[in-house]
Design a protein around this ligand. Structure first.
Ligand SMILES: NC(=O)c1ccc[n+]([C@@H]2O[C@H](COP(=O)([O-])OP(=O)(O)OC[C@H]3O[C@@H](n4cnc5c(N)ncnc54)[C@H](OP(=O)(O)O)[C@@H]3O)[C@@H](O)[C@H]2O)c1
Length: 219
């Protein structure tokens, strides 16, 4: 697949590296320093280009700070019909941004109406994602996934697996707060999950019950 990454920093850079390693044609974009971006692209076997070019890929990864999303989307241009995976969290310069009861996924899906919006790769630090990618089946790390478009979610589930994780579908855009910031009791954000424990979370979410206590894994 062609994967267009908008924002190839900690998170986008890790995803780009993993997907290039898996054999995808990766385009990285959006930087204050195009020469640095080109060096990074060469290092990981990707191509450096513009957000507009990245937005033409089969899958578009959005991995920019919350405050840069509008700028990134403006540079990307229309995303109509594109499969997008949003990795962002609603942290501004003063900390967590108040979204007036909406999920961050809803706020962003509304900023890119017409895109086949999904959200994933947002719950774990970039460092942990990089270190934990590609583990064997028993210890493989979950990347939670949400969205309203089942076909788009299937594609992103494949991308998640190619990147070295297990995809677990939380549900729709308005019902995914369990995977969103901040880290807190009753949410999976900020916590490592493996498949069996993730399935228990999904059962609880679907039946409207509190999720089980956060699992602890031996290192
Ligand atoms: N870091 C984590 O552990 C983590 C974990 C989960 C989710 N997230 C979320 O993922 C998103 C990205 O976080 P990150 O830590 O990967 O950020 P980051 O390392 O700062 O990367 C952001 C990238 O976007 C580019 N960029 C930002 N503003 C720009 C602008 N105005 N013009 C051009 N390029 C611009 C930066 O390019 P240059 O620096 O090259 O200019 C950088 O490569 C955030 O929403 C964050 O909440 C982060």
């Amino acid at each position: 697949m062609r994967i267009g990454v908008i924002g190839a920093g900690n998170i986008g850079g890790t995803i780009a590296r993993r997907l290039a390693l898996a054999g995808h044609a990766v385009v990285v974009s959006f930087s204050h320093d195009q020469a640095k971006l080109a060096d990074f692209a060469r290092e990981i076997g990707a191509t450096a280009s513009t957000p507009k070019d990245a937005a033409a890929a089969d899958v578009v990864v959005i991995a920019v700070p919350w405050g840069a999303i509008d700028d990134a989307l403006k540079q990307a241009g229309p995303l109509d019909g594109r499969i997008v995976v949003d990795t962002t969290n609603q942290f501004g310069e003063d900390g967590l941004v108040d979204l007036d009861g909406k999920t961050a996924a809803r706020v962003n899906a509304d900023r890119m109406r017409g895109a086949r919006y999904t959200k994933s790769f947002n719950t774990l630090t970039a460092r942990f994602q990089s270190e934990a990618a590609g583990r064997p089946k028993e210890t493989r790390v979950v990347q939670w996934l949400c969205g309203d478009d089942d076909g788009a979610k299937q594609t992103i589930a494949r991308v998640i697996e190619d990147a070295g994780y297990v995809a677990v579908d939380v549900g729709g855009i308005d019902a995914c707060s369990v995977m969103e910031a901040p880290r807190r009791p009753g949410a999976v954000y900020g916590e490592e999950y493996r498949t069996v424990d993730a399935e228990r979370v999904i059962d609880a979410v679907r039946s409207g019950k509190p999720i089980p206590p956060t699992p602890k894994y031996a290192a």
